[in-house]
Design a protein around this ligand. Structure first.
Ligand SMILES: [Zn+2]
Length: 880
C-alpha cells in the first residue's frame, strides 16, 4: 500500500556497484565555525581511477545536500557545476586526469536537528558522518571506497569554543582577529569520509595514557561538558582494558599517538568510531555509582570496546559499499562480545546475548522488515543499522569461529589484516581469508550473509537398547521472507551433548568416532541422521549447546526432561534454556486458556536451584521469566492470534506461581545479596545486585507480599542507582501514594541530570500495571524537557511502545499516541523516527481489529506532508 501523497524514492542495489570514477589523493578542509553560517573550504586532489567502469564516463559527480555553494574552481579556474538537491556534476570532457578542486560552501549547524553532518548539541559543535552525513558538510564523493588523508583547520570563537578537535594528530594552533583562534589536525591514515569528525566547544578533558606492546606512548583523552569530569573513570578504564585485550587476543595495536573520546548529549546512535576521535552518546560514557546502573556500566564497557576495536575492523579495513556494513559491524560486535565474555562471566554474557538476539533480530527476521545480513537493496542506508546486520552478523562470525576453531580463526584474521590493510573490502574478501587458512569450501556457509530468515531445526532422537546406538535425525528449513520465497539449506554448526536419565554427563562416541562431552555436528543437508554409541539407556539430548547457531530449535523434550536439564546440564546456556522453555510452555497454556494454573514443575525447580546456590548472576537469569513480548512471539510462532490481555495474565500468573513457590528463598536472596560498602561495578558485585533485584521483582507479583516493605526500605537506603532504580520500579508497579511520593522525590533529586531523567521517564510508562498512556501524555506535555533529543524521546515514546499491554490497548489509543509522536519526530529527526516506527513490525500477530488500527496509524505517518525518505521506506515495508 502506498498512499498517493507519499513521495516515491528509488532503491540502490548491490548488483549495480561500480568502482569510483575519480579517486581522491588528499583533502584539506578549513572550517570557519559559526552557528548560522559556517564556511567550509575544501581543497581536494582528484585523480582518474584506472579501474573505473567505462560506462560510467568521466564526469565529476560529487554528493552534497543542504549546502550553499559559494565558489568552485579547478586548478585555479572558476567553474560552474550543475547543482541539484543531491549534489553537483561537471562534464568530464574538459577535466585533466589529475586536478585540484577548490570549493567553498556555507552550512547552518544550528538549524540541523536531524543530527547528521555538522550540528550543535548543547552549545557544542559536533559531527556524525556515518553513513552519508559528510555530504551535508561539503561536496565530496561520499562513499566508503574513496579513502584519503585529511588535513583539517578548525577556526572558532575562543570564548565559546576554547577546544577545537578533529581526527589524527595535533598540528599548529594560533590566534585570529576578533577573539577567534584555530587548530590544525592531520590524520596520516587514509580513511573514508564517514570517519571524518570535528568537535568544538567548551569541553573539559580527563587524561590518561597507554603504552602499546611495541612501546608507543598513546595519550588518552575523554572530553565532556564542565561538571561531568568525575563520571569518566569507568570509560577510561574500559578503554585501557580494550587496548590491551586487542593486542593479546588479535595482535592489534593502536596506530596514532592520541586517542580521544567525546561525550555528546544529542546523538542518534550509541557511539561512532571516527578515526582517533570517537564520539559517544553521553549515556555510554558518563557513569557514577549514584547515577548509573550496573547495566549502564556494562554497556559502557562493551561500547567503548566496540568503537575502539573498529580502529582495525572498520577503519584500517573498511567497507567497499554500505551493503557490506556487516563486514565491519558483525565482526566488531563479535569482537566486543568476546571481550565482555573475557571480562565477565562468559556463560552469563552468552545467555544475555541470545536473549537480545531473539528479542530484536528474530523478531525482525519474522516480520515484514526481514532482510539478509548483507542486504541487496535499500532506499535509505540509515534504515539498515539493524539487529540483523549487527547481531546476526556477529553470530555468523561466531559460527565461523566454531567451525574452524580458535587457532585457525586467529590465522584467518591475521591474514585478513595483512592482506587488506588500507583497503575497502567485501564479505567475499573476508570469507576468502577463512578459506585460505582452513582449507574449507565456504560456498554454502556464505548463504548466511545472503539468505534472510531464522532457520528452524527439527530434531528427533531414536535409541536402540540392543546396540546402544542413539540416532539424531536433524532437518533444517528456513521460512520464506519478503522477496525471498525459496531458501537453500545452510551450513550450520550444531553442538550437542547427552545426559543420563539421572542427570550425569554422558561422553558418547560421535559420528567421527571420537568420544566427547560435546560434539559439534555440521549440518549441510535438508535432513540428515547422526549416530552416537555408548549409551545403554535412552539419553536426554542437550541440543544447540551454547547457542552454536542463530536458529529456532524444535525438540519434544518433556517437562521432566527440561527440569533435568535445568538442574544438571553442564552447559550453562542450556540450563537457562530449559528454564525458559518451561516458562514459555506454562505461559502459553495460560494465555490460550488450556490451563488455569501454572504447572508447579518450573516454580519448584527454580526454588530448588535458588536454595542450592551458585553464581548469583546466573541464578538471576534463571529466575528472569520471559517478558510479554517474548510470550507473544512464541504464540505467534505457533500460528496463534495474540491477545495482549491474555499474555499479560499469563505473565502475571507465571511470576506469581514462582514467587509463591520460592517466596522464602527469594526473601533470603534479597537479604543475602546486599552489597554494602562502596559501590563497585565488577561482575561479581553486579551479579549479586541482579539476583537481589530479580528476587524483588518477582515478589512484587505476590498480593500482600513483602515487596512493598522491601522496596521502600531499599529505595530509602540505596546508595547506588542500580538498587535505587530497581526499588523505584517495584514501587511504581505496586502503585499507590507511596509510588508517586517516591517518583517525586527521585525527580526532585535528579532533575538536573538528563540521563537519570531518562530512567525516570521510562519506568513510568514501561510497566504494565499503570495507566501508561495517561502518564505518557502528561509527561510529553512537559516543557522542561527537550523532546527533540533522541535519548529523551526514546525514553518516553520508545519505552511506551515496549509496554506490550498498554501499547496494544484494544481501543487503539496506544497506537494513535505513538503514531502521532513518530510523525512529529519525523519532521525533526527522520533517522530516529524511522527506527522508532519499527515498533509496528509485529502488527500481523494480532486480531483483525488491532491490525486495522495499526495499519491506519501507520497510514497517517505516511500521509503527513513531507514524510521523510527514512520513515517512508520503513513504514511502506511494514505495510507490505
Ligand atoms: Zn560499530
Amino acid at each position: 500500500m502506498r498512499p498517493d501523497t507519499a513521495p516515491r524514492h528509488t532503491a540502490i542495489r548491490l548488483a549495480e556497484y561500480t568502482p569510483p570514477v575519480w579517486l581522491v589523493e588528499s583533502v584539506a578542509l578549513t572550517f570557519a565555525l559559526d552557528p548560522a553560517a559556517t564556511r567550509v573550504s575544501s581543497e581536494i586532489v582528484f585523480a582518474l581511477n584506472p579501474d573505473r567502469a567505462a560506462a560510467d564516463g568521466t564526469d565529476l559527480v560529487l554528493d552534497g545536500e543542504m549546502l550553499t555553494l559559494v565558489s568552485a574552481s579547478i586548478d585555479g579556474e572558476a567553474v560552474t557545476p550543475a547543482v541539484d538537491s543531491k549534489g553537483l556534476r561537471l562534464s568530464g570532457e574538459t577535466l585533466p586526469e589529475r586536478f585540484t578542486w577548490r570549493a567553498e560552501v556555507e552550512i547552518a549547524p544550528e538549524e540541523n536537528k536531524a543530527l547528521e553532518g555538522l550540528y550543535i548539541s548543547n552549545g557544542m559543535y559536533c559531527t556524525q558522518c556515518e553513513a552519508e552525513g559528510f555530504r551535508k558538510i561539503t561536496y565530496f564523493p561520499d562513499r566508503p571506497d574513496v579513502m584519503t588523508t585529511y588535513t583539517v583547520r578548525v577556526e572558532g570563537d575562543r570564548a565559546t569554543c576554547p577546544v577545537l578537535l578533529s581526527n589524527g594528530e595535533r598540528g599548529e594552533t594560533g590566534e585570529l582577529p576578533d577573539g577567534r583562534h584555530f587548530a590544525v589536525w592531520h590524520d596520516p591514515h587514509p580513511k573514508p569520509a564517514y570517519l571524518f569528525a570535528l568537535v568544538a566547544g567548551d569541553l573539559k578533558k580527563i587524561d590518561d595514557r597507554f603504552v602499546t606492546a611495541s612501546g608507543m606512548d598513546v595519550a588518552l583523552e575523554i572530553w565532556v561538558r564542565p561538571g561531568d569530569e568525575d563520571k569518566c573513570d569507568y570509560a577510561m578504564d574500559s578503554l585501557k582494558r580494550s587496548m590491551k585485550w586487542d593486542e593479546e587476543a588479535y595482535g592489534r595495536e593502536y596506530d596514532l599517538p592520541l586517542f580521544m573520546v567525546v561525550a555528546v548529549d544529542d546523538f542518534n546512535m550509541g557511539a561512532m568510531e571516527n578515526k582517533g576521535l570517537n564520539i559517544f552518546n553521553t549515556r555510554l560514557v558518563l557513569a557514577s555509582p549514584e547515577t548509573a546502573t550496573d547495566a549502564n556500566y556494562a554497556a559502557i564497557e562493551s561500547v567503548i570496546a566496540h568503537e575502539y576495536f573498529h580502529n582495525w575492523t572498520g577503519n584500517r579495513i573498511t567497507c567497499r559499499d554500505w551493503f557490506q556494513l556487516c563486514l565491519k559491524e558483525g565482526l566488531t560486535v563479535f569482537r566486543d562480545q568476546q571481550f565482555s565474555e573475557d571480562m565477565r562471566s562468559a556463560d552469563v554474557l552468552r545467555i544475555k546475548e541470545v536473549a537480545n538476539l531473539r528479542g530484536r533480530q528474530f523478531r525482525e527476521d519474522a516480520g515484514p522488515l526481514a532482510h539478509p545480513v548483507r542486504p541487496e537493496e535499500y532506499i535509505e542506508i540509515n534504515n539498515f543499522y539493524t539487529a540483523t546486520v549487527y547481531e546476526k552478523g556477529a553470530e555468523v562470525v561466531r559460527m565461523l569461529h566454531t567451525l574452524v576453531g580458535p587457532q585457525t580463526y586467529r590465522e584467518a584474521l591475521d591474514l585478513y589484516f595483512v592482506r587488506h590493510d588500507g583497503q575497502a573490502c567485501t564479505i567475499e574478501d573476508f570469507a576468502a581469508c577463512f578459506e585460505a587458512t582452513s582449507d574449507r569450501d565456504l560456498t554454502q556457509f556464505r548463504r548466511w550473509w545472503s539468505q534472510a530468515g531464522t532457520p528452524r531445526i527439527r530434531v528427533r532422537m531414536a535409541h536402540d537398547a540392543a546396540t546402544g546406538e542413539t540416532a539424531l535425525t536433524v532437518t533444517q528449513k528456513t521460512p520464506a521472507t519478503p522477496g525471498q520465497a525459496d531458501k537453500e539449506p545452510l551450513h550450520i554448526p550444531f553442538a550437542v551433548g547427552f545426559l543420563s536419565a539421572s542427570g550425569e554427563a554422558l561422553a558418547l562416541d560421535g559420528p567421527d568416532g571420537e568420544r566427547r562431552d560435546t560434539h559439534v555436528l555440521e549440518l549441510t543437508r535438508p535432513s540428515e541422521t547422526f549416530l552416537f554409541t555408548g549409551a545403554p539407556e535412552a539419553p536426554v539430548p542437550s541440543l544447540l549447546r551454547g547457542f552454536s547457531a542463530p536458529v529456532i530449535l524444535d525438540y519434544p523434550h518433556t517437562d521432566a526432561e527440561k527440569a533435568l536439564l535445568l538442574a544438571h546440564d553442564s552447559d550453562a546456556f542450556n540450563r537457562a534454556e530449559a528454564s525458559r522453555g518451561l516458562a514459555l510452555t506454562a505461559a502459553q497454556a495460560i494465555a490460550t486458556g488450556e490451563a488455569d494454573t501454572v504447572d508447579p514443575i518450573l516454580p519448584d525447580a527454580l526454588a530448588t536451584a535458588l536454595s542450592r546456590g551458585g553464581d548469583p548472576a546466573f541464578l538471576a537469569l534463571l529466575l528472569t521469566t520471559p517478558g510479554q513480548e517474548e510470550i507473544a512471539a512464541s504464540l505467534a510462532a505457533q500460528g496463534r492470534t495474540v491477545d495482549p490481555d491474555a499474555v499479560y495474565a499469563a505473565k502475571t500468573a507465571l511470576d506469581t506461581a514462582i514467587a509463591t513457590a520460592a517466596k522464602d528463598a527469594l526473601i533470603a536472596a534479597w537479604h543475602d545479596n546486599a552489597t554494602p560498602g562502596p559501590y563497585s561495578p565488577d561482575a561479581a558485585s553486579a551479579g549479586k545486585r541482579a539476583l537481589k533485584n530479580t528476587a524483588l521483582g518477582l515478589l512484587v507479583s505476590l498480593p500482600d507480599g513483602p515487596a512493598r516493605a522491601l522496596a521502600s526500605a531499599q529505595f530509602d537506603e540505596a546508595r547506588n542507582m542500580t538498587d535505587s532504580a530497581a526499588a523505584l520500579m517495584a514501587l511504581v508497579r505496586l502503585g499507590g501514594p507511596a509510588a508517586q511520593a517516591a517518583l517525586d522525590a527521585f525527580h526532585a533529586r535528579w532533575k538536573h541530570d538528563p540521563l537519570v531523567v531518562d530512567k525516570w521517564l521510562a519506568m513510568q510508562v514501561a510497566v504494565p500495571e499503570v495507566d501508561a498512556l495517561e502518564r505518557a501524555k502528561a509527561l510529553r506535555a512537559r516543557d522542561d524537557i527537550d523532546w527533540r533529543n533522541p535519548n529523551r524521546f526514546r525514553s518516553l515514546v520508545g519505552a511506551f511502545a515496549s509496554n506490550h499491554r498498554r501499547f496494544h490497548a484494544a481501543d487503539g489509543s496506544g497506537y494513535d499516541f505513538f503514531a502521532e509522536q513518530v510523525a512529529w519526530l519525523d519532521g525533526v529527526n527522520p533517522q530516529t523516527a524511522a527506527r522508532m516506527a519499527t515498533a509496528f513490525d509485529t502488527w500481523s500477530r494480532y486480531d483483525e481489529a488491532r491490525r486495522e488500527k495499526m495499519r491506519a496509524a501507520m497510514g497517517r505517518i505516511l500521509d503527513q506532508p513531507g514524510c521523510s525518505r527514512d520513515t517512508y521506506e520503513i513504514v511502506s515495508r511494514l505495510l507490505g
